[in-house]
Design a protein around this ligand. Sequence first.
Ligand SMILES: [Zn+2]
Length: 341
Amino acid sequence: MAVTSVYFHPVFLEHDTGHHPETADRLVVVKRRLEEADLDLDWIVPPRADVADVARVHTTTHIAIVERIAGKGGGRLEMDTVVSPASFDAALHAVGAGLHAVTRAIDEGTPAFLLVRPPGHHAGSDRGMGFCLFNNIAVAARYAIEELGVARVLIVDWDVHHGNGTQDIFYEDPRVLFCSFHLGNHYPGTGAIGESGSGDGLGYTVNLPLPHGAGDGAVRAFFSDVLMPLAHEYRPELVLISAGYDSVAGDPLGGLTLSDAAYRWMAGTIAGLCESVGAAGPVCFLEGGYDPERVASAVISTLEGLHLPPGEISAKLSPREAKSLSDLQGTLKGTWSRVFE
Ligand SMILES: [Zn+2]
């Protein structure tokens, strides 16, 4: 099996959230399970990002606030989001993993999985929230555009929560096509079908909120009927994934019911896209996922999927899910008339 770069730094375990769902134990379990699995992994210890690179996306005020709270011994950015003494350093290394991985994906064609924390997709340019300090995937996308000459980046977000931070950062920017499915009426409350970008970015934000209990069939249809046709038309040069595993069946903070096979199928389908359009990646950024053993199994399935044919998953679709998909296609038709006739 071809090799995948896996990024991990011990400082990720020192981001101490106390009594909290997003704990170091998540990474400890996933790392152990990956080491036991029969996978060809190239473990990389990521460098620390420069603050100037974080500032490609975040305001210097936000960066300084995180640094200051860590420096004074820790505290909270908001109710859910803890900053411990080591959190600033951990967050800079999480960003650094993204920068290293996209550079390597472009130079050498290696797909990557980033076993990082704190996660990133809820962090907006001027704030952290929802366990996220800096938006790792957004900084990587912008770095690739500004420094590596990438013209178009596709970001797929399969976390159960909407990636509101990533969406906000690129809402008016057609150089990033942001596509998310998530549980509707759930934290953080954004991600309606009608949120489809604005200005030059109109049609470059794609949201599919799903009903409670939706699973493999809905995701399969989203990929087959919306995401893949759109991506083939867009022709990304780099593909990034906000890989959250709170969308797996049984996650304590979730409500969707994806099987391990669904992650293998999604990863394989996205890897196939990269091959067919000549895009670098995919580079997968760990986001949520709060049952460590379930996260580990689904991460292993993802890593298998990066190098294997996707196989098949359930095509069962409820009438409500089908209606949402057709509403989404209707919303996107204005920008993507050749894709959705
Ligand atoms: Zn999440």
